[in-house]
Design a protein around this ligand. Structure first.
Ligand code: TAP
Length: 453
């Protein structure tokens, strides 16, 4: 059996060693989950809801512990990690209300009664990336459990600690054995087995578009249900009639949050030419004032990147001759630090402009008018999030309808709200998570006709 040493990204020191789950152990866990599902789906809706509420309470009692684990194991600033642990609690509490509301329809047909049921799919395989280990786990976990499915989760190899702890807290809350299992290990072993095993009836995958494509092909063999949350290269569009001060002051947080390791990062700032100079003047102090440093400090806004290899990848987008307009700060010495970096002007075919960097690097590009802003925003295979800054309400609605992306904010950079739907257009994903309808994605509709004569 192999193992992985979790490294603290802020110090480069080892935290702990985690044994990898083997393919055989994965199969055994899937079979356990399938057996557990027969009982779990039969738990009365009110009792299933009660267990999910207890699970949420158990998380709430351990928010600080979970946040500290994420800070040490993933380098997230403790303030952000506390919010993330709180989101796990809130997502569980929100979907705890779903089992009693999982209603079907009664459809008028002659000669009998026609009703629909939303039947749970069975075992769900949940494959989670390293950038937001806690929230992304909960987005799949909570609605799946509410629907009557059981879950086998594979955290990212680099960031398994909080998922393992959440698995323990589920048992402490009274969830029956086998209802939620966490299998740390490799994507090529555990993840692949979840995709290939016929008893896994649905995969929820969040990660790169490249791996997502492979998973989609694997699921096709079994017509396995699939939700994909993939990459992004989102635009932050600033029109001349916007509140330029607010737009510039908030732009760094829309891309440097989680050190840019955020699928929703607004990593392309598009600015109307007539206000470009003013915007850049205001953006520079905003970028320089982002507090980058020790993730354990309460006032830190940006921590390190996840690994040395990832830092090299991010740095490859900023070669020595890159058009660096200005940069923020980052600590020297140990830790996978990279300063917030603004590139301008960038060529339309520069990899920094066209590819997802997944680090604290943003490009600024001018546009002439509304039509060009929309063209530039849509000139990407991705379509996950984005922001529009304008005081003209008609323009805000026109541009919002024209930009091909799943989640947009006007005069704000709102992050994911668990009670609204979230997901991508184009190559950013398939299906939606969160919001009032998420439980439906873990069910198949059954139609039943009962003759009355
Ligand atoms: P990936 O390399 O795609 O890994 C994601 C997960 O898939 C990891 O758990 C990984 O395991 C596993 N995996 C790798 N190969 C697999 C295979 N052949 N079969 C099954 N599972 C496999 O992504 P990442 O680098 O961790 O995450 C960054 C990407 O995720 C970015 O593109 C980002 O935009 C995207 N992302 C999207 C969203 C949403 S909501 N759209 C949110 C966060 C991140 P290992 O750890 O063992 O490799």
């Amino acid at each position: 059996m192999t193992s992985y040493t979790v490294i603290n990204p802020a110090t480069e020191r080892p935290v702990t060693q985690i044994e990898h789950t083997t393919a055989e152990q994965t199969d055994a866990a899937i079979e356990r989950a399938a057996r557990a599902q027969e009982a779990w789906r039969a738990v009365a809706p009110g009792d299933r809801g009660r267990l999910l509420r207890r699970f949420a309470e158990e998380i709430d009692a351990h928010v600080d512990e979970l946040a500290a684990l994420e800070t040490t194991g993933s380098g997230h600033p403790v303030g952000a990690a506390t919010w993330e642990a709180g989101q796990v609690r809130d997502v569980l509490a929100y979907y705890a209300a779903a089992p009693e509301r999982l209603t079907g329809k009664q459809i008028p047909v002659p000669g009998g009664l026609d009703v629909t049921f939303k039947e749970p799919l069975g075992v769900v395989g949940l494959i989670v990336p390293w950038n937001f280990p806690m929230p992304i786990l909960s987005w799949g976990l909570a609605p799946a459990l509410a629907a009557g499915c059981t879950v086998v989760a594979k955290p990212a190899e680099m960031t398994p600690l909080t998922a393992i702890r959440i698995g323990e807290l589920a048992l402490a809350a009274g969830l029956p054995e086998g209802v939620f299992q966490v299998l740390p290990g490799k994507g090529s072993v555990v993840g692949q087995r979840l995709v290939d095993h016929p008893l896994v009836r649905k995969i929820v995958f969040t990660g790169s578009t490249e791996v997502g494509q492979q998973i989609m092909a694997g699921c096709a063999r079994h017509i396995k249900r699939l939700t994909l949350e993939l990459g992004g290269k989102s635009a932050n569009i600033v029109f001349a009639d916007a509140d330029i001060e607010r737009a510039a002051a908030s732009a760094p947080y829309a891309v440097f949050d989680n050190a840019g390791q955020d699928c929703c990062a607004r990593s392309r700032i598009l600015v109307e030419s007539s206000v470009l100079d003013r915007f850049m003047e205001l953006l520079e102090p905003a970028v320089k004032s982002v507090r980058v440093g020790d993730p354990a400090a309460a006032d830190t806004e940006m921590g390190p990147l996840i690994s040395g290899a990832h830092r090299e990848h991010v740095a490859s987008y900023v070669p020595a001759d890159a058009p660096v307009a200005f940069r923020g700060s980052a600590p020297d010495g140990a830790g996978f630090w990279y300063p917030p970096t603004v590139l301008a002007p960038v060529a339309a075919d520069a990899p920094a402009y066209t590819e997802e960097i997944f680090g604290p690097v943003v490009t600024v590009t001018p546009f002439a008018d509304e039509a060009e802003a929309i063209t530039l925003a849509n000139d990407t295979p991705y379509g996950l999030s984005g922001s529009i800054w304008t005081e003209n309400v008609g323009r805000a609605v026109r541009v919002a309808r024209a930009v091909e992306t799943g989640n947009l904010s006007v005069n704000s950079h709102s992050s994911v709200r668990y009670w609204t739907p979230f997901g991508g257009f184009k190559q950013s994903g398939l299906g939606r998570e969160l919001g009032p309808d998420a439980v439906d994605a873990f069910t198949d509709v059954k139609n039943l006709f009962i003759a009355t004569n």
